[in-house]
Design a protein. Structure first.
Length: 350
């Protein structure tokens, strides 16, 4: 989604954008095509056919490529059909400088989107839109000296809806009247259900609750059954954007992923449960700064703890400073800022 946001921004400037994806089950190739971008789907090799090159300096997530890195690089080059690119944007945890070195002769510039800082890159711009302790130094020794680093939420690649609605967003304060619950498309641990059970245990039927869960989620039916008899709880399936619901909400209950910066742009306070290891450093820093309330991790949080933490937050008035601090962090113009940096770098090379 963040690459689609960047592609839309670049296309408005006249750029021709193309996507290269591997054909994993549940891929977004049809959606990308529907949004007007040509997409090349690389074949998915099963593990018995993919001969993975055993090297000491390959990324932890290299198996996510669906092929060894060298095969993936050659297939990607083949998809260019002999054209040399102005920019190649790489957004994949399984790719490092080895792959990027091979591709560098086929693109004038390379932009890497990363948030793990766990491998070396060969790129001209590195984008990490997250707020993490020591963010200014954690890429030291991982990037070329001339690489431009775009670090922090000011570069967050948000859909245009967020910047468009930002002027309508009001700083939240006073009692919580409306809650938005969203834990990503799949929500493998069904933390949505746990959060709902914790809320229902409070016995507060005056608060309206919007719950967003993908129809394809394995727990959708369970959640639907849970909320069936509560008119104050509205279950939403596949929706194009969370922005309108975020604008209406007073409090968000969810994870510490990409929605973090969407919430901040619209000044929505959040109670967070982390779903993955890479979310923890982000949640820790945001909690330290008072920008979220991190109540635990999906692997360990219990219903009793969920109820206790929600009660602690919901039963007191929201401090307006919380919402205002969130809005100061993200203004929604990150995609334009990245575009401008790409244009400036390209002009330097011209």
């Amino acid at each position: 989604m963040r690459c689609l946001t960047l592609a839309n921004t670049l296309a408005k400037e006249g750029a021709e954008c193309r996507f290269v994806c591997r054909q994993y089950p549940g891929n977004m190739i049809e959606e990308i095509n529907r949004r007007g971008f040509n997409t090349v789907g690389l074949p998915l090799n099963d593990s018995s056919q993919a001969k993975f090159i055993q090297e000491s300096d390959i990324p932890t997530h290299s198996l996510w490529l669906g092929a060894n890195w060298h095969m993936d690089a050659l297939q990607t080059i083949e998809s260019f059909k002999g054209k040399k690119l102005d920019w190649l944007v790489v957004d994949h945890y399984g790719i490092n400088y080895l792959w990027e070195d091979v591709l560098s002769t086929h693109s004038k510039n390379i932009l890497v989107i990363d948030d793990l800082a766990d491998r070396k890159h060969r790129c001209d711009i590195l984008l990490d839109q997250n707020l993490i302790a020591e963010k200014e130094t954690r890429y030291d020794f991982l990037l070329p000296n001339k690489c431009k680093k775009l670090l922090g939420p000011e570069y967050a690649l948000l859909q245009p809806a967020y910047s468009e609605l930002r002027n309508k967003a009001k700083a939240r304060h006073g009692p919580v009247r409306r809650i938005l619950i969203y834990f990503g498309g799949a929500d493998q641990h069904n933390i949505t259900g746990l959060a709902l059970e914790g809320f229902l245990a409070l016995g507060n039927h005056e608060i309206t609750v919007d719950v967003v869960m993908n129809y394809a989620s394995p727990h959708y039916q369970t959640v639907q059954n849970l909320v069936r008899n509560y008119p104050n709880i509205i279950l939403h399936g596949n929706i194009p954007s969370l922005a309108p619901l975020m604008l209406e909400g007073d409090l968000f209950i969810g994870a510490s992923g990409a929605t973090t910066w969407e919430r901040c742009c619209l000044g929505l306070p959040a109670v967070v449960v982390t779903l993955a290891e890479n979310q923890k450093p982000i949640a820790k820093e945001l909690d330290r700064r008072g920008l979220i309330y991190w109540i635990g991790d999906a692997e360990t949080i219990s219903l009793i703890e969920m109820k206790r933490q929600l009660e602690k937050t919901i039963n007191k008035d929201l401090d307006i400073a919380w919402s205002k601090s969130c809005m100061k962090l993200v203004d929604g113009s990150g995609a334009n800022k990245v575009k401008n940096e790409m244009k400036a770098k390209f002009q330097q090379c011209a």
